[in-house]
Design a protein around this ligand. Structure first.
Ligand SMILES: NC(=O)c1ccc[n+]([C@@H]2O[C@H](COP(=O)([O-])OP(=O)(O)OC[C@H]3O[C@@H](n4cnc5c(N)ncnc54)[C@H](OP(=O)(O)O)[C@@H]3O)[C@@H](O)[C@H]2O)c1
Length: 271
């Protein structure tokens, strides 16, 4: 498969990142397998780079680490710190470096804003020491957007990771604009709402806008809906299925929907 994924610039520094990344919660919380290896190969061959993990995701860091060990440089590795206290934070991040089999993590994020003021101080030092390249903050819930906004006002934060989908559009109310104004890159998590959106839409025919956009699946449509927002740097759907991975990658190619087409997708996804 040879497709050309759209890329967007990370505002701080201007590095280009492919718009489709890979989430690993649940999907990679298992032993390394032929199937997961195929997911990663499909992702890489399709132009993907960013893999998002966390110490919260069970075996995910270790499995990703072992599957990419011989080709670490091919990927943009993102993980998180998810604990309280400076000492515990350091110790957990060292453990993540070990599990991911890497000396340097591309993006270290504060998971669900847990003890974020303390960890931000540590991450600044780690960035100066060259252990991490970018600093991020994340959350899974729109109810966190007030505090997430406070966090991205800190100049040390390069990335914000937040939930946004054709069904849950709270991010449009301000935080996307705030991130853009402050030069903070945006990673969108839960694009399929843990798969629930796709399970609900499975039996439903694709709306006519799908043909206009050259989309063959709901997965593509839901991702294109998100990627059409210029503030979004990349989206990180999770899958443990190489066929699904191919569908996901198609969303990062071709034309993106205009405002009318986005509203048609949102209406069809809600209906
Ligand atoms: N606070 C945080 O930092 C935070 C919070 C939430 C999520 N995240 C990150 O965001 C990532 C994505 O969120 P998520 O894992 O909650 O859910 P998601 O990406 O919204 O949905 C994943 C589900 O969709 C299914 N799926 C994927 N592609 C499909 C396709 N083409 N057709 C049918 N089903 C498909 C997957 O099943 P299959 O395996 O069968 O494809 C899986 O069950 C996470 O993995 C994690 O890395 C971070």
């Amino acid at each position: 498969m040879s497709i050309h994924l759209l890329k967007r610039r990370i505002p701080r520094g201007g590095e280009l990142l492919p718009v489709i990344g890979l989430g690993t919660w649940q999907s990679f919380d298992k032993e390394p397998s032929e199937e997961l290896s195929k997911v990663l190969a499909t992702f890489y061959e399709g132009g993907g780079k960013l893999i998002d993990s966390s110490p919260m995701y069970g075996k995910s860091e270790e499995t990703v680490g072992s599957l990419i060990a011989t080709r670490r440089k091919d990927f943009f590795v993102a993980t998180k710190v998810w604990t309280r206290g400076e000492k515990q934070g350091f110790a957990q991040m060292e453990e993540s470096f070990r599990k991911l089999q890497t000396r340097k993590v591309d993006l270290m994020q504060i998971h669900n804003l847990v003890d974020w003021r303390i960890h931000l101080h540590t991450l600044r030092m780690m960035k100066e020491q060259g252990r991490i390249r970018y600093i991020g903050v994340t959350h899974y819930a729109p109810s966190s957007f007030g505090e997430l906004t406070l966090a991205i006002r800190d100049r040390a934060v390069d990335f914000v990771q937040l939930p946004y989908s054709a069904f849950t559009r709270t991010a449009e109310d301000g935080i996307l604009a705030e991130a853009a104004d402050r030069g903070v890159a945006v990673i969108v998590n839960r694009p399929f709402e843990e798969g629930a959106l796709l399970r609900r839409l499975r039996a439903k025919a694709l709306p006519t806008v799908a043909a206009e956009l050259g989309c063959f699946s709901w997965a593509e449509l839901l991702l294109k809906f998100i990627l059409a927002r210029p503030e979004v740097t990349c989206v990180i759907p999770a899958t443990s299925n190489p066929v699904h991975m191919r569908e996901i990658l198609r969303a990062g190619t071709g034309r993106l929907p205009d405002e009318r087409e986005r509203e048609s997708i949102a209406m069809a996804a809600r209906g």
